[in-house]
Design a protein. Structure first.
Length: 110
């Protein structure tokens, strides 16, 4: 979506789209799942978990961080990454409201 087109949508719609786009690659989904499993880790640990080169993992981490799904802090020579709970809550609220709307109405759609 071009930068000029995002102005036609609400802040909430743009925010959800950014989070969804960041989760649009299986490696990023795997990274999020791994971070949830271990609760925090350094980049090297993630590289050992995925069948990807370190620069590729770093690029995926950068995309997740830019979207706000993860946060990182520098600890010595490494960066410790963890899930940003606020982003997960935002997704949970969004998909929860969709689920609620679908269960409270009869869907007579094709």
């Amino acid at each position: 979506m071009g930068a000029t087109k995002t102005a036609h949508f609400t802040g909430k719609q743009n925010s959800i789209a950014t989070l969804a786009k960041a989760l649009g690659h299986p490696a990023r989904v795997a990274i999020v799942e791994y971070l949830i499993k271990v609760d925090a880790c350094i980049c090297g640990d993630i590289v050992n978990e995925l069948p990807l080169a370190q620069p590729t993992v770093s690029q995926h981490l950068k995309e997740l961080k830019n979207a706000g799904l993860i946060k990182g802090s520098i600890e010595g020579n490494a960066i410790c990454y963890c899930i940003d709970e606020r982003a997960i809550e935002k997704l949970q609220t969004y998909f929860g409201s969709i689920s609620t709307k679908l269960t409270t109405r009869k869907n007579n759609c094709c």
